[in-house]
Design a protein around this ligand. Structure first.
Ligand SMILES: *Cc1c(COP(=O)(O)O)cnc(C)c1O
Length: 509
């Protein structure tokens, strides 16, 4: 459960000799929070009631084990304006509601009963056996509040700092994020942009793609990959995918080359890199630009190299469902040459260089300082999150094998370590995928199809002249793929619930 520790509980526990531990809650799998706005009062009372000059020493090691819940002045004013007695309890109740916590821990549950908030006496929690937590009833595909305890206080702080600084567009926050992520992606340069889609578009612009030029990609990707090529007036040329990785099959590139081919645009779908060596070899031989769509693969590796560092440009997205999600839209371009870097930076501000003089037509592709600050604050967790995604994927693989489901399902394979599992995607053959998804949805398990209609069959691309059957591997994948919940926060019991329900589906079917 997500629990707010009320001041009375904290003060009493801290004044025990030695101070009472927080871990009994953590050991039982609960997340615990303290209201940041209550800290001064807690300090004062601990000092007064026995802590004396040691209050700070008593408080500090304890506070580091819980997360601080930031409330704003407006929150406090709202709680005050609601009127009535028990102001601290009303503030706590407001916080529980706003941050989607499960309840308050207090020695005095009484005042909370009128506030419609679950108030638990510590013994209510400590006396429930650790072996009998409440049953799992839902496993959402994405559960953002489940990771709040890690990043929320720092992100809210970073947003407040930007707000106070008065610098909202580009500026030092964006530069810090660019430096940090360039190093993380093992790329010499990075440029923050307005979205992953704009990262693709600006890379194509910087590469000098002209109307009529051909750019080779796959039909099995998010729309933005192919959409960006088309928006340049260039021609998206598609090749089919590898049936195991769902990434570009490099064996098909040679046949797709023409005199007009200018660039290759592989996607690192689901968090695993495409087979880049043959792509890079061909690009070198034919003098082609390579743009990596790494929107789903930040931190993925291919033969010791990082996603986004291998081609001329790497394109990333901070869309909230990506492994490093922001609080809205944002993106990044990595590049390995100073010249490309300068070009992308100029195109980001309408091609203006010097200011108000334009040699090229760019666009408004700027990243907000607020977005950059949020992403930067979250970025220190990225490695830990990637590792958890990998662990969860391994656990699914084992559980599906143990449940005897490997003849009914295709499991994702890590062909090029390391896969960072932005999505854990199974294959459900035999036309059963949609029924399984509906069955799981009824039982509270989120599942999504990335992507149901390959791009060569989208209405807006029919003029390209591809027919159904043109890319059989992509078309089969579109009919079979199902992404299951694999967020860093998912628990073993939630994973078991997913596997058990899939087992139940096949037993009934
Ligand atoms: C998310 C995504 C994009 C686009 O990123 P946005 O930030 O949503 O514009 C492009 N390509 C792929 C493969 C993606 O998954």
């Amino acid at each position: 459960m997500r629990l707010l520790l009320h001041s009375d509980y904290i003060i009493k526990t801290l004044l025990n000799e030695p101070p009472g531990p927080v871990p009994p809650f953590a050991e039982r799998g609960h997340q615990t929070w303290i209201l940041a706005s209550a800290l001064q009062d807690i300090f004062r009372q601990v000092a007064r009631e026995g802590g004396g000059a040691n209050a700070g020493k008593i408080l500090d090691p304890w506070i580091t084990q819980v997360s601080l819940l930031p409330l704003s002045g407006v929150d406090l004013t709202q709680a005050l304006a609601a009127g009535g007695p028990h102001f601290p309890e009303r503030v706590a109740a407001l916080a529980v509601e706003k941050f989607q916590l499960d309840g308050v821990v207090t020695f005095n549950p009484e005042p909370f009963s009128a506030l419609n908030i679950t108030a638990l006496h510590p013994r209510d929690i400590l006396e429930t056996k650790s072996g009998s937590p409440p049953p799992v009833t839902a496993v959402p595909l994405l559960d953002l509040p489940a990771s709040f305890h890690e990043w929320l206080p720092e992100v809210e702080h970073a947003l407040a700092e930007v707000t106070r600084s008065g610098r909202y567009i580009l500026g030092p926050q964006v530069e810090r994020l660019e430096k940090h992520l360039a190093a993380f992606c093992q790329s010499p340069f990075a440029v923050g942009v307005s979205s992953g889609t704009d990262a693709l578009l600006i890379s194509l612009m910087a590469a000098g793609i002209q109307p009529g030029d051909e750019v080779i990609t796959t039909p099995f990707t998010f729309f933005a990959t192919v959409g960006s090529i088309a928006r340049m007036g260039a021609v998206p040329v598609m090749v089919d995918i590898d049936p195991v990785t769902c990434n570009m099959d490099p064996g098909r590139l040679e046949a797709a080359l023409t005199r007009k081919t200018r660039a290759l645009l592989p996607i690192h779908l689901y968090g695993q890199c495409a087979d880049m060596d043959p792509v890079l070899d061909l690009a070198r031989q034919r003098n082609l630009v390579v743009i990596e769509d790494a929107a789903q693969a930040i931190g993925a590796d291919y033969k010791g190299r990082r996603a986004g560092s291998m081609g001329d440009y790497g394109c990333f997205s901070f869309f909230p469902t990506k492994n490093l999600g922001g609080l809205g839209d944002g993106g990044l371009v990595t590049t390995n040459s100073q010249e490309n870097y300068e070009r992308v930076k100029i195109l980001r501000v309408h091609g203006s260089e010097p200011k108000y003089y334009h040699q090229h037509i760019g666009g408004n592709f700027r990243l907000d300082a607020l977005q950059a600050a949020a992403v930067l604050a979250k970025s220190k967790y990225l490695e830990g999150w990637s590792q958890k995604r990998r662990d969860h994927a391994a656990r699914y693989n084992e559980s599906f094998a143990q449940a005897g489901l490997t003849s009914q399902l295709g499991l994702p394979e890590e062909v090029f370590p390391r896969h960072v599992y932005n999505q854990y995607v199974i294959r459900v053959p035999g036309g059963k995928r949609d029924a399984l998804r509906a069955f799981l949805a009824k039982r509270g398990v989120g599942g999504e199809i990335y992507y149901p209609l390959p791009l060569h069959l989208q209405k807006c691309f029919l003029h390209l002249g591809y027919k159904a059957g043109a890319f059989p591997v992509s078309e089969q994948a579109a009919a079979e793929v199902l992404a299951l919940p694999v967020s860093p926060e998912i628990t073993p019991r939630q994973q078991d619930y997913v596997v058990e329900n899939i087992q139940a589906f096949f037993k009934d079917a």
